[in-house]
Design a protein around this ligand. Structure first.
Ligand code: GDP
Ligand code: MG
Length: 170
């Protein structure tokens, strides 16, 4: 059956926070411990039912460009949603979230729906409190969830929430 909608979603955030693994978890229910940094722009898809509609999520990965601050405006073009990922054990990756929000404001559509994800929630050695991240998200108008691509905790729920919110806007 054909889908009713294709929703482009971009995954952004610092290098090594787990963007590629979150995408693999949501689209194929896979996780790789020794993931190579992504090469070449690519996306993965998964089709889900939202209400009575069949929605194809087309989820784009940054292709390692995050290291060079070289994510181009083409990457953001047409994106209806974004997953902004940090690592709960690496404080600087959370502090950089403001820069990523600025990037979104500069390059993405004004109506883009953004979910802040504190990934690697399976690890001990937390460096960012969930309350602090939730407050930042609220102030910036982002949705927020902690998650773990490794255990799978909250990954499905966070992506589906984002898709539902986008759907509510179309
Ligand atoms: P990216 O550069 O943001 O795409 O990060 P990757 O998805 O390549 O992940 C970077 C590293 O973190 C890899 O060694 C992954 O195995 C690891 N990783 C990713 N997600 C998680 C997670 O939820 N928990 C743990 N413990 N490790 C993770
Ligand atoms: Mg990657």
């Amino acid at each position: 059956m054909e889908e009713d909608y294709v929703f482009k979603i971009v995954v952004i955030g610092d290098s090594a926070v787990g963007k590629t693994q979150l995408l693999g978890r949501f689209t194929r229910d896979e996780f790789f411990f020794d993931s190579k940094s992504t090469i070449g722009i690519e996306f993965q898809t998964r089709t889900v039912d939202i209400g009575r509609k069949r929605v194809k999520a087309q989820i784009w990965d940054t292709a390692g460009q995050e290291r060079y601050r070289a994510v181009t405006s083409a990457y953001y073009r047409g994106a209806l949603g974004a997953m902004l990922v940090y690592d709960i054990t690496k404080r600087h990756t959370f502090e950089h979230a403001t820069r990523w929000v600025d990037e979104l404001r500069a390059h993405a559509d004004k109506s883009i729906v953004v979910m802040l994800i504190g990934n690697k929630a399976d690890l001990t050695g937390r460096a960012v409190h969930a309350d602090e991240a939730a407050a930042f998200a609220e102030e910036q108008g982002l949705f927020f969830s902690e998650a773990s691509a490794l255990s799978g905790e909250n990954v499905e729920r966070a992506f589906l929430r984002l898709l539902h919110e986008i759907h509510a806007n179309v």
